[in-house]
Design a protein around this ligand. Structure first.
Ligand code: UDP
Length: 422
């Protein structure tokens, strides 16, 4: 094996029994049973960022667990420059339906040029190679990957701009199969088997581990004091990359409407926490627009790339009176499961993968992402009906335990590994 893509965390291992207290013995036994014939088999993952965004978040839990189950597992990151990630971010936005201009220079120069550059430095041989999202897709036709390849799509491609989907289709069809989060996301023209795997969170990592309210407040204390956030006043939290499809602008507008319609004492605060991913160059522009929109409202706070990110995210989700996630498009929205896992009530849009997590009135409140009044009303409910909301969040946590933990995701990948690795 010779590999020249950046390898992430080549040593870390997570033992399956560590998850037993969270998911129970039978789940762990099933993972062991499925992985028995896979000892010494190999599994490689290729994506485009080691940090930021849901894909990196998932691979960080999945790859060490696969190692703990005896599978020779790897995670490789494509190298790109700013023009490359500008184009792939356009692909991302266009695959999720946004109409944007795309030039031949962008496709052949910035995109395929960078793929060729990576291919010159790459040779991957593995029983199964999973290519995540559109960024590394064209690598599959460069003849540098040996083994069964599956293309894993993490975004909502149910209504893509044809030009990008048609461009990517030959690369996708060159793979042995494709994996989508929801059946509705499967685009037309696929000539390969299609599988469904839902994303998942790792309950043992720093972000998602169980934490007490006091401990969480301690973690946030200095950061909040510096910004003037008052822990005694209710906090509505929104955590995600700054991205047009995350629709944070609607939250700012709904919060303004909420404050116009109701007088609260103490006044609630809206806290945005976002990071920039190395493969997403648009984040800071989106953040600037949001800050303009918030127009100096002293109850709205924006954080970007906080130090000690994972502890801060987990703690913020823990202390918040409610979590808001109203994307207009969303492949899944891991952060929704993260909030439910901390026991926090969620208002989520009835969109993509969020809809699989937020069952209206059962595990949270589902809203139309463009309905400002409905979102303001749902915020009001979070602030005035805490007890009822916390009870739904409790049911949400059980849904996450059954369906959206890394152990379930591992189980599904093991089935594919068994099928594709001989
Ligand atoms: N996230 C984070 N810090 C931030 C903002 C987001 O760690 O400041 C994490 C968040 O907790 C989640 C991931 O980034 O684990 C985002 O995944 P999600 O599926 O919600 O959205 P994506 O970015 O993949 O569209």
């Amino acid at each position: 094996r010779q590999l020249h893509l950046e390898s992430v965390d080549p040593e870390s291992v997570r033992w399956p029994q560590e998850y037993e207290p969270v998911v129970g013995r039978s789940v762990i036994e099933e993972l062991r049973r499925l992985s028995r014939p896979l000892q010494e088999k190999s599994w490689a993952n290729v994506n485009s960022t080691a940090d930021g965004g849901g894909v990196a978040e998932m691979l960080r839990g999945l790859v060490p667990l696969a190692r703990g189950l005896g599978i020779d597992s790897h995670w490789h990151v494509l190298q790109g420059d700013e023009p490359f990630f500008r184009v792939t971010k356009k692909f991302h936005n266009m695959l999720q339906g946004k109409n944007l201009p795309l030039s031949l220079e962008e496709i052949f120069g910035a995109y395929l040029g960078t793929i060729d550059e990576n291919a010159r430095r790459t040779f991957i041989t593995s029983d199964l190679v999973v290519i995540h999202d559109p960024q590394p897709a064209a690598l599959v036709m460069n003849g540098v990957i040996y083994g069964n390849m599956l293309w894993r799509c993490h975004i909502d491609t149910s209504g893509p701009q044809e030009i990008v989907w048609r461009f990517l289709l030959p690369y996708i069809n060159h793979c042995a199969g494709a994996i989508f989060t929801m059946p509705e996301f499967v685009g037309t023209g696929l000539q390969i088997p299609v599988y469904q795997i839902q994303p998942a969170i790792d309950p043992l990592c720093e972000k998602n581990r169980e934490r007490t309210l006091e401990e969480s407040q301690d973690t946030l204390d200095a950061l909040f004091e510096q910004e003037g956030i008052d822990m005694e006043r209710p906090i509505l939290a929104a955590v995600s990359r700054y991205d047009i499809h995350k629709n944070q602008a609607t939250l700012v507008r709904a919060f303004a409407q909420l404050k116009k319609e109701h007088r609260y004492d103490p006044r609630p605060q809206l806290v945005f926490l976002g990071n920039t991913a190395s493969d997403d160059p648009e984040g800071l522009e989106v953040l600037e627009d949001l800050q303009k929109l918030a127009d100096g409202d002293p109850d709205i706070f924006f954080f970007v790339n906080v130090p000690d990110n994972d502890a801060v995210v987990g703690s913020l989700l823990r202390v918040a009176a409610g979590f808001l996630h109203v994307s207009t498009r969303e492949g899944f929205g891991l952060v929704v499961s993260e909030a439910l896992w901390q026991g926090t009530p969620v208002v989520g849009s009835r969109v993509g993968g969020i809809a699989a997590q937020i069952l209206d009135g059962e595990t949270g409140r589902a809203v139309d992402p463009l309905d400002i009044s409905a979102i303001a009303e749902a915020m009001h409910e979070l602030l005035t009906g805490q007890e009822r909301c916390v009870a739904t969040a409790r049911k949400g946590k059980e849904l996450v335990r059954r369906q959206f933990l890394v152990t379930e995701q591992m189980r599904r990948y093991l089935c594919l590994l068994r099928y594709y690795s001989h």
